[in-house]
Design a protein around this ligand. Structure first.
Ligand code: NAP
Ligand code: MG
Length: 495
């Protein structure tokens, strides 16, 4: 430990390397000036007559106008989904359903470069991430559920699984295409039709996905896309002909939806926020842990529900670990999302930036010590530097509330019991990380951490076969794996 400290004392934080910019071509995507609503297999003008602008958050440049679906539009879309369900989708053989999903998966792979650019352009995330994470995982999710479509009897033996009907799905802006795939793939595999509402700030990849739907020759009305703001989401979830609601987003809106649906027969799954603990024990390989911590909180600018936003470090290694972390932070490249060298992109929206700034201010006021990467931020667009808070008490807002930005709060612990107690001291329970050399300690901690996912010596790893979802205020229901099919099925044996 002494050595590390000495080295840290002598060498200043390394300045970021000079890189030659390597920009992915924006010309890979072609944007329309204005988009309608995708209902019954075609784009239609919104009956509401309203449109809203969507921007590139890294420059604030307007990209396109998208329709703001009103109650009448929601009604038309749900009816189109109902008709497609009754007339086509519930009647075709399960192996046919699989065929369409396999096609969608393959087309996503074929067009992945185009989709990656669209995702980074509209959402602000680094192209490196949309290319290597969002796109491959979206396609993998479709492949995975395509495989289940004609095996439902084996998935739920002796239970006569049956589709529910029309699913109303509302998704957030942090992983627009991936969340679309997480919602649409299991719904379609189980035999449902869908009406999906992307987030107000990131509608463009869902609109591009309509191209895939048509290219795959999916029967009209099986997938309908309604753009709009929160009001459209509210109209969709309360529509009486929606059989199942799937929502990913904030805990606040999740609670409102649960209240709205109480007493109705609609099925509901909620994937909400998180405040995950990433727990580093004193026997952990430090350099590896640093990479995991960085990936845990700065991946996708920290706009990740399962982000490792609370770092719990064993006291004896806190100093060298924080020193290493600061040095690593200084080397993160923040900037143009379309540059392949970029590690940290733009904040998704002005509203989200304001939320991050307010929470960071509260951290300073409450007495935490702040360190920010010395990176240069672009003049236009929404940006926030990678940030670490030390001296954080459990009661501070930055230790309690979901910041959903590139901001890490560091707390310490002395014993494994204290680590678990602090990790579980949150209303959330979506994910956690454990870093240690000992397999037995991993198992010990994983049994005690109240979180839907526990990563050991890694972080933010996803696989379509592995269920994902929360405890407590992080929601209920699972996505991924066999568990992810269950919310889209009625089991005839009464389950
Ligand atoms: P949000 O409002 O919950 O947004 C999620 C989705 O729900 C969006 O499509 C949103 O539309 C829609 N929506 C909004 N109000 C609705 C309502 N009353 N009924 C039905 N749907 C509704 O989240 P946000 O405002 O974008 O972000 C706020 C905070 O939520 C973030 O700072 C973060 O802490 C958390 N969050 C968590 C996740 C997650 O993955 N768990 C994802 C995003 C955000 P609009 O986009 O038009 O608002
Ligand atoms: Mg909102």
């Amino acid at each position: 430990m002494g050595d590390v400290e000495k080295r840290q004392d002598r060498s200043p934080a390394p300045a970021a390397f000079e890189y030659v910019s390597s920009r992915e071509s924006r010309d890979l995507v072609r944007l329309a000036e204005r988009y309608g609503l995708f209902i019954g297999g075609d784009f239609v003008e919104p009956r509401s007559g309203e449109y809203l602008a969507t921007v590139d958050p890294s420059t604030e440049e307007p990209l396109a106008e998208v329709a703001q679906a009103g109650p009448e539009d929601v009604d038309v879309a749900v009816k189109a989904a109902r008709e497609a369900y009754e007339r086509r989708w519930s009647r075709i053989r399960p192996a046919e359903r699989a065929k369409y999903l396999f096609r969608i998966a393959r087309i996503l792979q074929e067009r992945s470069r185009e989709f990656a650019v669209m995702e980074s352009l509209n959402g602000g995330k680094p192209i490196k991430e949309s290319r290597d994470v969002d796109l491959p995982l979206s396609a993998a999710h479709c492949f995975y559920y395509a495989g289940w479509a004609d095996e439902l009897e084996y998935a739920f033996p002796n239970a006569r699984p049956k589709a529910l009907g029309v699913a109303g799905q509302v998704i957030p802006w942090n992983f627009p295409l991936l969340m679309l795939a997480w919602k649409i793939a299991p719904a379609l595999a189980a035999g449902n039709t869908v009406v999906l509402k992307p987030a107000e700030t990131t509608p463009l990849s869902a609109l591009l996905f309509t191209d895939v739907v048509r290219q795959a020759e999916l029967p009209a009305g099986v997938v309908n896309i309604l753009t709009g703001d929160g009001r459209t989401g509210a109209d969709l979830v309360k529509h009486p002909e929606v059989d199942k609601v799937a929502f990913t987003g904030s805990t606040e809106v999740g609670k409102a939806i649960q209240r709205e649906l109480a007493g109705s027969k609609k099925r509901l799954t909620l994937e909400l926020g998180g405040k995950a603990a990433n727990v580093v024990f004193d026997d952990a390989p430090l350099d590896q842990a640093i990479e995991g911590i960085v990936n845990g909180i700065y991946f996708n600018q920290g706009h990740v529900c399962c982000a490792g936003s609370r770092l719990l470090v064993q006291e004896s290694i806190a100093e060298p670990l924080v020193a290493k972390l600061k040095r690593r932070l200084a080397t993160l490249r923040v900037g143009d999302p379309l540059d392949k060298n970029t590690d940290v992109g733009a904040i998704n929206s002005r509203a989200q930036l304001e939320k991050i700034v307010a929470l960071v201010e509260s951290g300073k006021e409450e007495g935490a010590e702040i360190y920010q990467s010395p990176c240069e931020l672009p003049d236009r667009g929404y940006w926030f530097p990678p940030t670490v808070f030390t001296n954080v008490a459990q009661s501070y807002r930055i230790a309690q509330e979901e910041i959903f930005g590139p901001v890490l709060s560091v707390l310490t612990f002395r014993t494994p019991e204290e680590a678990v107690e602090k990790a579980n001291n949150t209303p959330y329970g979506l994910s956690a990380g454990v870093w240690t050399d000992k397999g037995s300690r991993i198992l010990w901690a994983a049994q005690r951490l109240r979180a839907g996912v526990v990563w050991a010596n890694t972080y933010n790893r996803f696989d379509p076969a592995s269920p994902f979802g929360g405890y407590k205020e992080s929601g209920f229901g699972r996505e991924g794996g066999l568990h992810g099919l269950r919310p889209y099925l009625a089991l005839g044996d009464g389950r």
